[in-house]
Design a protein around this ligand. Structure first.
Ligand code: NDP
Ligand code: MG
Length: 379
């Protein structure tokens, strides 16, 4: 039994993680959200964690009032999020917040020696180098929750001695697979929020529609599995059944398959190396009949090329394209820019000059700020 702290507990992954913890009977000792006081308070009453954090300070008083009598210790802001991530009572931090705001609490958890189950891909995209070296130094595991990375991790079990030749990262292709650049010019927010296979938070759903999500995942895979961007192949697989694959020296290719359901990767991160019964549907290959694979269209979905280029340059460039994307997606969701502007802004953000071989967290935060300012100034 592990004591779990869930950051982003009110979100899509956070809510499913609570279900998984309940089924496993793992105590949830910490919860955090941005501003959804209503749901966070409900979760506190139901789960009785030791502590909780509401990031938005203006919501603190209301949360305090709503949780009166529960004995929960409340925190707020980034400092509170980091305190929660390093609390003594917890064994593992499941980071499911959205955006690069997840980086600092991940580092705080590692510093406190906590195992990390990582859904927040922006943590590794922006701070991969710092996070991986801190985890190595502290000897703490980082267990992937992202379904593709969980599949890669699962396909690597028993192969620690063997060199990976290539990682094959599958992508559903999102709602606009097969569309041309011209088609994409008139895409509405509602259309972009309609993912064919997965029900997720708004930001990652837009990222899946632009294929930025796959670009972020390529960077995430490079850090998690120590690979170069040219050794990660992206393959469009519309059915989302083969969650990703690993090719070895002898050209054997190992994969993990299953119905699209985040509960399995969440649970595997919590119970690794054990496999326990999981409340997901079983895969019937004959029901699917056939599985399809195709090359991505990187000329239409330019976010993918931008992420590859950012990772090739390395340094703070992944943080720059990520920051530009976070800002552009928020503007798109608020009706301020067109769908196709997202890719253009992410690509153009690579023109920002910020070359640093050795960089610290302050450089990542600065790169993020520059990228966001660049996007705001460009629209
Ligand atoms: P959601 O938008 O559904 O949820 C985000 C959660 O993060 C909410 O609980 C939100 O709180 C919280 N949050 C946001 N900012 C802060 C902050 N500053 N401090 C504390 N909490 C914060 O996102 P998802 O669950 O879809 O995604 C979460 C992460 O997991 C993302 O990085 C995504 O890329 C990754 N992921 C998601 C998958 C999915 O199936 N959904 C699959 C694979 C990866 P509030 O409700 O108060 O706003
Ligand atoms: Mg994924």
């Amino acid at each position: 039994m592990k004591k779990i702290c869930i950051l982003g507990s009110t979100g899509s992954i956070g809510r499913q993680s609570i279900e998984v913890c309940k089924a496993l009977r793992f105590p949830v000792v910490g919860l955090a959200a941005h501003s959804n006081t209503e749901l966070l308070a409900q979760q506190i009453h139901a789960l009785r964690p030791k502590a909780a954090c509401i990031f938005d300070q203006s919501q603190y008083a209301e949360l305090k009032e709503k949780t009166d009598g529960t004995g929960v210790q409340l925190f707020t802001g980034m400092e509170g999020l980091c305190q929660l991530a390093s609390m003594t009572e917890c064994d593992m931090v499941l980071n499911a917040v959205v955006g690069m705001v997840g980086l600092q609490p991940t580092l705080a958890a590692i510093d406190a020696g906590k195992a990390v189950a990582l859904a927040n891909k922006e943590t590794l995209v922006t701070g991969g180098k710092l996070v991986i070296s801190a985890a190595k130094e502290k000897g703490v595991p980082i267990l992937p929750v992202d379904s593709e990375h969980s599949a890669i991790f699962q396909s690597m079990q028993g192969n620690a001695q063997n060199r990976v030749k290539k990682i094959i990262l599958t992508a559903s292709g999102g709602p606009f697979y097969g569309k041309t650049r011209k088609d994409l010019e008139t895409v509405t927010v509602k259309q972009a929020l309609c993912h064919p296979n997965w029900s997720m938070g708004a930001k990652i759903t837009i990222d899946s529609a632009t294929l930025m999500n796959k670009g972020l995942e390529l960077i995430e895979a490079c850090w998690l599995f120590d690979q170069k961007p040219e050794d990660v192949e992206i393959v469009i697989h519309r059915e989302s059944v083969v969650h990703s694959l690993v090719e070895y020296e002898d050209h054997a290719v190992m994969a993990q398959l299953g119905v699209p359901d985040m509960k399995l990767p969440i649970q595997y991160a919590l119970t690794y190396p054990k496999r326990l019964c999981c409340d997901t549907q079983r895969l019937s290959l004959t029901k699917y009949g056939q599985l399809t694979f195709a090359e991505p269209d990187e000329e239409t979905f330019i976010c993918l090329s931008a992420c590859k280029e950012a990772m090739r340059r390395s340094g703070v460039y992944p943080a720059i394209v990520n920051g530009a994307n976070e800002e552009a997606v928020a503007l798109f969701l608020n009706g301020k820019i067109r769908f196709t502007d997202i890719g253009r802004l992410v690509m153009d953000s690579l023109a920002i000059q910020y070359d640093k071989e050795d960089f610290a967290i302050s450089d990542i935060l600065e790169a993020d700020r520059l990228a966001r300012n660049f996007v705001r100034a460009s629209v």
